[in-house]
Design a protein around this ligand. Structure first.
Ligand code: PEP
Length: 252
């Protein structure tokens, strides 16, 4: 049975003190009322060690939002997968469209990052998704398939068990424009078929595929009710504990 997941992506938000306050609030809320899904928070590097320690006996797992495509050495300002792992973080988000666009992360670079993350014992939330222009041309399936082929379909079946896919249509990220539950389900089912073609039906059934893009408490129940949508990757609505909890509650 695949996991149901709600994962936050704080992006470049929250000072260390603000991050500790938000994680503490969330920890207390979820201690009082156990979630029906796995809960992950993706945070900037500076929060990882503190929050991994703060959340170690809680139901919340910690994720980085990036890691380097090099193992170690003279790469000023970079943070390696081994360093992320040493903080106690369990996950890393890779392939986010903001990193692809603003930091020019190519499929080849992402493949290196995925390999290093897995070699160092991290689980990967791998993001894929088309732009508005690509959607208008009907290219969403081809784009998603190419992104999978470019960076993760070389993995062994054993490695694949540590991959979570996040489908995030770029036109829906931070825009308030959500894909309809039907639009999202259609592409999630296609992504699962792509996974089945490479890893077989059983592994595809066990793969969690999250939806991301202006997901909030009001639309999460409909999105999560679809058979191939296994939860969400949440940006804006993960920055306030009640908003994030509202999405977690969609699994009730
Ligand atoms: C994201 O950036 O991963 C995301 C889904 O953002 P938002 O929820 O704000 O659209």
């Amino acid at each position: 049975m695949r996991k149901k997941i709600v994962a936050g992506n704080w992006k470049m938000n929250k000072t260390l003190q603000e991050g500790v306050a938000l994680a503490t609030e969330l920890k207390d809320i979820l201690a009082a009322e156990k979630p029906n899904c796995e809960v992950i928070i993706g945070t900037p590097f500076i929060h990882l060690a503190t929050l991994s320690n703060l959340l170690k006996d809680s139901v919340i797992a910690v994720s980085a939002e990036n890691c380097a495509n090099k193992a170690s050495g003279a790469y000023t300002g970079e943070v390696s997968a081994a360093m992320v792992k040493s903080t106690g973080a369990e996950y890393v988000i890779l392939g986010h469209s903001e990193r692809r666009e603003y930091y020019h992360e190519t499929p080849e670079i992402l493949k290196e990052k995925v390999d290093l993350a897995l070699e160092n014992g991290l689980k990967v939330i791998f993001c894929i998704g088309e732009s508005l222009e690509q959607r208008e041309k009907g290219e969403q399936e081809a784009v998603c398939k190419a992104e999978l082929e470019g960076s993760v379909f070389h993995l062994t079946p054993e490695q694949w068990k540590n991959i979570v896919i996040a489908y995030e249509p770029i036109w829906a990220i931070g825009t308030g424009k959500t894909a309809t539950a039907e639009q999202a389900e259609e592409i999630h089912a296609f992504i699962r078929k792509c996974v089945a073609d490479v890893y077989g039906a059983e592994m595809a059934e066990d793969t969690s595929i999250l939806y991301g893009g202006s997901c909030k408490a009001s639309n999460a129940p409909e999105l999560f009710s679809k058979p191939d949508i296994d939860g969400g990757l949440i940006g804006g609505a993960s920055l306030k504990a009640p908003d994030f909890k509202g999405i977690i509650d969609a699994w009730k």
